[in-house]
Every structure is written in structure tokens, then in C-alpha cells.
Design a protein. Structure first.
Length: 390
């Protein structure tokens, strides 16, 4: 809640008291809530405190890693282990104190938990280097991501969940080249969206659901956008990709299929129509990547199909955002739709128009498109409540 919303709430409460909808005691209890008082006073929000705490923890973690690395040869092995494990234990102990103590400070605790996770990941690679483990560094990324995931749920740490998902994306991307990872990102993004549905219902963890959904949606949309380019579709060949690529692609597809079956078959699955349609739309969203894996020379028909799929994904995300009253999802879909139009303009008309006409026409079209999208976005958001439902 910001200051403007707090002032609006105070005016509404006064009207409700006059109309007899709310008693004086109930209204005063609402006005005495910490979130309202903080917003009305203009004090920094918890989100801002948490952001600074996480950034500070990240800088401290990087500094400790650089200190240990720069003095690696001079420090005895026992002291190295003490520094590695000591950083983790101290960070978690202080975080527990600030989160569960008599005078809790959740923002600072979030930063310290994040520092502990960073120290944990650095410790994995430093210990492997210390004892000369002959292991792939990407395995350390996977262990880091899997180790951070349960902590995120245990202490309700959204920055830790963001880190865990980012590490998982980095891990899958580190195995192959740019073209090969496009399809893998699409499959992983679809799995994240299904995970978001499970966090909405029945797990009732909307804050974590939002992280999964935003991450998965961005991965699906940007990978589909890349597939609309003729160069990507033609350069990607199933015959040229490594043999172990099929293991990862098949594993992600099997993981998605199992999650999809579990979502559709469970009695406590998605209840509302918006989320049901989202489940069905996910399968269609995977079609461009699956066709790319099965076809050696996609052709123009494939490019038209992928452009239509991306357009449908943007429209579907807008409708989903309107149904859930989420401005974030509407803005995300509008952004990718704008990117699609810009990419097709530069991709299709650059070679046919004189350069000066190209830029003049392009500028006019972009200004008009920007005005149109902003107008539509405001109309959509005006029909929703100010507060996001998820």
C-alpha cells in the first residue's frame, strides 16, 4: 500500500461509517494496522528494505568469495573450511534471530538468508576445488539450485526462490548453445507455469505462484519470439544437435507431461475457468518448439504458425491478467506484443523500403502503436481493482 492508496482508504472508511456499513471501532482497528500507518507516514516500505538488504547481502557474499579466492594459496585448508561453513552458519543464525526474535526485522532477515544461500553456493565450488573433485561445474549449479529451493519454502523467502529458479535456468542453458536452449527454455517455462497453478490451488501460496508464473511466462514468450525469426528456424537442425540433448529435452517434456496429468486428474486442481484455459493453452504454446525438434526444414508455413501462436499467447495472457485483475500480466503481454510487431517490421520491410522512408514510416507506426497499446492497457486496467489479486 502506498500513500495515495492509504489516503483513499481513509476517505472510504469515513464514508462507510456515515452510511452505517462500518462501526467506529472496526474503522479504527483498520486505521491502526501497521501497513496503513507506514504508508500514510511515507516511511520506506518493507519491499524497499528487503531489496536493500538482499543487495547488501549479495555484495557481502561476493566480497567474501573474492577474499577467499585471492588468498586461496596462503590460507590453510582447515581455515578455508572454517571460513566457508562459518559464513553459512553465521548468516543463517543472524537471519533466524531477526526473523523469529522478540523484535523481528523481516527485511533484514531476508537479506541474511539470501547471504547464506550465496555462501552455500560458493562453498560448493570452493570445497570441490579444495579437494580436487573431478566434477562438472554445472553439477554444482544444480546442487546450489536444489539446496536453495527448500530454504525458500521453509523461511518464506522470495529472493531465495528467484535465485533457485534462475540457477536452474542457468544450469540447463550451460549445457548447450544458444539455438539448442531455446526449445529447452520453452519446456522449462511451461513446467514453471504448471508449478504456479499448483501453488495457487491447492497449496495456497500465491506469492510463490506469482514468481513461478512470471518466470515461466517470460521464458515461453521470449523463446517463442526467437522462433519467429527465419534465421533461428533455418539454422536449428535436429540432425546437428548433440545426442545428450535428447535426454534433457525428453526429461523436461516428461516432467511437464507428468505435471500436466497430475494437474488435470487431481480433484483439487484448477477450479476457475481462467486457470483451466491456461492449462490447455500451455500445450498449444509448446507446439512451435516440438515442431522445431521434429522438422529439419520448417519453411514459411512454420514461421506464420509461430507468429500466430505468439499473438495468441499475448492475447491469452492479457485475458488471464484481466480475469485475475493483475496489471503485471497485462503489461507483460503488451510488452511482448509490441516486441513482436517491432521485430516483424524490421525483419520484413528493411530490404524493400529506402532507408529514409523505412525509418520515417517505422517511427510513425511505432508512435501510433505505442499510443494504441497504452490506451488499451489503461482501459483494461481501469476495469480492474487497484490491488492485484495475486
Amino acid at each position: 500500500m502506498n500513500r495515495k492508496q492509504a489516503e483513499w482508504l481513509r476517505g472510504e472508511l469515513a464514508s462507510w461509517r456515515k452510511e452505517g456499513l462500518l462501526g467506529e471501532e472496526q474503522a479504527q482497528r483498520i486505521l491502526n494496522r501497521p501497513d496503513y500507518l507506514q504508508a500514510l507516514s511515507g516511511a520506506p516500505s518493507r519491499t524497499l528494505t528487503r531489496v536493500f538488504a538482499v543487495l547488501g547481502a549479495l555484495l557481502v557474499g561476493v566480497g567474501v568469495i573474492l577474499f577467499i579466492s585471492s588468498n586461496w594459496r596462503a590460507v590453510p585448508n582447515g581455515l578455508k573450511l572454517a571460513l566457508i561453513f562459518g559464513n553459512i552458519l553465521v548468516a543463517y543464525a543472524l537471519a533466524d534471530r531477526w526473523k523469529f526474535g522478540a523484535r523481528p526485522m523481516p527485511g533484514l532477515a531476508a537479506g541474511l538468508y539470501f547471504l547464506g544461500v550465496v555462501a552455500y553456493g560458493a562453498g560448493i565450488h570452493l570445497v570441490a576445488q579444495l579437494y580436487n573433485f573431478h566434477a562438472d561445474w554445472r553439477t554444482g549449479l544444480l546442487a546450489w539450485a536444489l539446496g536453495a529451493l527448500p530454504l525458500a519454502y521453509t523461511v518464506d523467502s522470495r529472493p531465495t526462490l528467484w535465485l533457485s529458479l534462475g540457477l536452474s535456468v542457468w544450469w540447463i542453458s550451460a549445457h548447450f548453445g544458444f539455438l539448442e536452449t531455446i526449445v529447452l527454455h520453452q519446456l522449462l517455462g511451461a513446467f514453471f507455469v504448471l508449478a504456479a497453478l499448483r501453488h495457487w490451488q491447492p497449496m495456497e501460496l500465491p506469492r510463490f505462484a506469482k514468481i513461478y508464473f512470471v518466470t515461466g511466462s517470460v521464458m515461453i514468450l521470449y523463446s517463442t519470439l526467437l522462433m519467429t525469426f527465419n534465421e533461428v528456424a533455418n539454422d536449428f537442425s535436429p540432425q546437428d544437435i548433440p545426442e545428450d540433448y535428447w535426454r534433457y529435452a525428453g526429461g523436461l517434456l516428461g516432467l511437464y507431461g507428468a505435471a500436466l496429468a497430475g494437474t488435470l486428474l487431481r480433484k483439487d486442481g484448477p477450479k476457475d475457468m481462467a486457470r483451466r484455459r491456461l492449462v490447455l493453452g500451455l500445450t498449444a504454446a509448446l507446439a512451435p518448439g516440438l515442431l522445431l525438434l521434429a522438422t529439419d526444414e520448417p519453411g514459411k508455413a512454420y514461421l506464420i504458425f509461430v507468429n500466430l501462436i505468439l499473438f495468441a499467447e499475448c492475447v491469452g495472457l492479457i485475458l488471464f491478467g484481466v480475469a485475475l485483475r493483475s496489471k503485471l500480466y497485462v503489461n507483460l503481454a503488451m510488452g511482448f506484443f509490441f516486441a513482436l510487431v517491432v521485430c516483424r517490421y524490421f525483419d520484413s520491410y528493411w530490404r524493400y523500403l529506402p532507408r529514409s522512408v523505412f525509418f520515417i514510416v517505422g517511427g510513425v507506426l511505432l508512435l501510433g502503436l505505442g499510443f494504441f497499446l497504452e490506451k488499451k492497457r489503461r482501459l483494461l486496467i481501469a476495469g480492474m481493482q487497484t490491488r492485484e489479486s495475486i
